[in-house]
Design a protein around this ligand. Structure first.
Ligand SMILES: Nc1nc2c(ncn2[C@@H]2O[C@H](COP(=O)(O)OP(=O)(O)O)[C@@H](O)[C@H]2O)c(=O)[nH]1
Ligand SMILES: [Mg+2]
Length: 396
C-alpha cells in the first residue's frame, strides 16, 4: 500500500515538473517580437528604381495597406548630427584602361580566340572565311565592317603566303586597329576657356548609364586635379538628382539641382552660371533620357543646349550607349544623334558583353569616336578609350 502511495506521489510530482516546463516553453515562444507580426513601417517609401518613370511614381500613393495593423506612435528620433561627408581622392584617368584590361579580356577574348583559330587554319577555304565574317558579325562589328575586314585579310594572307601564329595575330591586330581608328582624337573636351568652364552635356536613353557616367567622369576629372560642377538636369525623377548628388558629394563637386519637374534647361543654365561664378574647370550636365516621343525629346534637349549656350559654349555632347543592347541601342543612338550634335560616345557595360565590336559599328554609323568606356559598376570603372589596349585584350 505504502509503495503504491509513494509511486503515486512520484508520478504526480513528475507530471507537475514536466507540465511546468511545457508551460514555460509555450509562454516564451509567444513573447512579442519573435513570431508576432511586427507593425509595418509605412513611412519610409522605397527609393524608386532608376529606370522607373515618374508616371509610374505618380500612381504610387503611399498610404498604409488596409490590412496593416495600426502603426505604433513612436517618439520622433532626434536628427543625427550632420556627418561631414568624407571627400575621396579618386585615381587619375591615365592608365585606367590598362588597369581595367582584365574586365575586357574576360568578355572579349572568346572573339579573339575564335578569330585567331580560324585564321590559323592550314587551308583557308571559302567556308573558313565565311566563318570569320560570321564571327565578326556576331560580335556586333556590323556587316559592312566585317566584309571589309575579311576582304583586307584575304588580300594580306595571299601576299604573305604562309602564315605563322604571330603573323596572323599581327595581321588581325592591324586590321582591327584600322577599323577602330588608332589615330582618332578621343580627348573629352573638358578644358576651360579663359574664365569660362568647359561644358559637357551627357545624353542618352534611360538606363544606359548617363548619371553613373556623369559621376564617374566627375571623379576622373577631380582625380586629374580639375574642379567640377554637376548639373542635375534630369528633373523627371527626384531620384536622379539624389543619385547625382551622391556622386558629387563623394568628391566635393557641387551639384546644382531643382525640385522634381523643374525645367531641365533652367537647371543646366544655373549649373553653368554656378560654374562660371565658382571659376571651375568643367560643368557636366546630366540629362533625362525618355524616348516617349522623339519630338518631345528633341524639344527638351535642344532647349537645354540653346539655353546653356546663352552662358557658354557646349564643348562636348557625350552620348551614352549601353554596349549590351546591340542593334536596339544603336537605333536609339541614331535618334539622339539627329537631335543634338553628338561629339563623342561613352560606351558603358563593356564589361558585361562579348560584343565589343559595337565600337566599330557605332563609330561608323554615327561618325563620332568612342571616347570613354564603362568597364564596371565601381566608381572608378570608367576609362578613356584606348584602341590598342582594347585590341590587345581581344587578342589575348
Ligand atoms: N556593369 C556595368 N554597369 C554599369 C556601367 N555603367 C552603368 N552601369 C549600371 O547601369 C545602371 C543604370 O545607370 P544610370 O546611370 O542610372 O543610367 P541612366 O538612367 O542613363 O542615368 C546602374 O545600375 C549602373 O550601375 C558599366 O560600365 N558597367
Ligand atoms: Mg540618370
Amino acid at each position: 500500500m505504502d509503495i503504491t502511495l509513494l509511486v503515486s506521489i512520484i508520478v504526480v510530482v513528475a507530471l507537475l515538473v514536466v507540465g511546468g516546463f511545457f508551460l514555460v516553453r509555450t509562454r516564451s515562444s509567444v513573447t512579442p517580437g519573435k513570431e508576432e507580426t511586427k507593425p509595418e513601417v509605412t513611412d519610409t517609401p522605397k527609393a524608386p528604381a532608376p529606370e522607373e518613370d515618374r508616371e509610374r511614381d505618380e500612381g504610387t500613393v503611399r498610404t498604409p495597406p488596409a490590412h496593416a495593423p495600426p502603426v505604433e506612435e513612436t517618439e520622433p528620433e532626434a536628427p543625427a548630427a550632420p556627418v561631414e561627408p568624407e571627400i575621396e581622392t579618386p585615381p587619375p584617368s591615365e592608365g585606367r584602361m590598362v588597369r581595367l584590361r582584365a574586365r575586357l579580356a574576360r568578355s572579349q577574348s572568346s572573339l579573339g580566340q575564335g578569330l585567331l583559330n580560324l585564321l590559323s587554319a592550314k587551308n583557308l577555304d571559302e567556308d573558313t572565311w565565311e566563318e570569320i565574317e560570321d564571327t565578326l558579325i556576331t560580335a556586333d562589328i556590323g556587316v559592312t565592317s566585317a566584309t571589309q575586314i575579311v576582304e583586307n585579310l584575304r588580300t594580306r594572307v595571299k601576299v604573305l603566303g604562309t602564315r605563322d601564329t604571330e603573323e596572323v595575330r599581327g595581321l588581325l591586330r592591324n586590321e582591327l586597329l584600322e577599323q577602330i581608328g588608332a589615330d582618332t582624337d578621343r580627348g573629352v573636351r573638358t578644358t576651360p576657356h579663359g574664365d569660362r568652364p568647359a561644358v559637357v552635356m551627357v545624353v542618352g536613353v534611360n538606363g544606359t548609364g548617363k548619371t553613373t557616367t556623369t559621376g564617374k567622369l566627375a571623379r576622373a576629372l577631380v582625380g586629374d586635379g580639375r574642379s567640377v560642377v554637376l548639373g542635375a538636369a534630369d528633373t523627371f525623377r527626384a531620384a536622379a538628382g539624389e543619385q547625382l548628388q551622391t556622386w558629387g558629394s563623394r568628391v566635393g563637386a557641387p551639384v546644382v539641382r531643382k525640385e522634381e519637374g523643374a525645367d531641365p534647361a533652367s537647371v543646366a543654365f544655373d549649373a553653368v552660371a554656378r560654374g562660371i561664378e565658382d571659376g571651375v574647370d568643367t560643368v557636366i550636365i546630366d540629362t533625362a533620357g525618355r524616348l516617349h516621343t522623339k519630338t518631345g525629346l528633341m524639344d527638351e534637349l535642344g532647349k537645354v543646349k540653346r539655353v546653356v549656350e546663352k552662358k557658354s559654349q557646349v564643348d562636348e555632347v557625350l552620348l551614352v550607349l549601353d554596349a549590351t543592347t546591340g542593334q536596339n541601342g544603336l537605333r536609339q543612338a541614331r535618334v539622339f544623334a539627329e537631335v543634338v550634335n553628338v561629339t563623342g560616345i561613352a560606351l558603358t557595360k563593356l564589361d558585361g558583353t562579348a560584343k565589343g565590336g559595337i565600337i566599330v559599328q557605332v563609330q561608323r554609323e554615327l561618325g563620332v569616336p568612342v571616347k570613354l568606356v564603362g568597364l564596371g559598376e565601381g566608381p572608378d570603372d570608367l576609362a578613356p578609350f584606348d584602341p590598342e589596349v582594347f585590341v590587345d585584350a581581344i587578342l589575348g
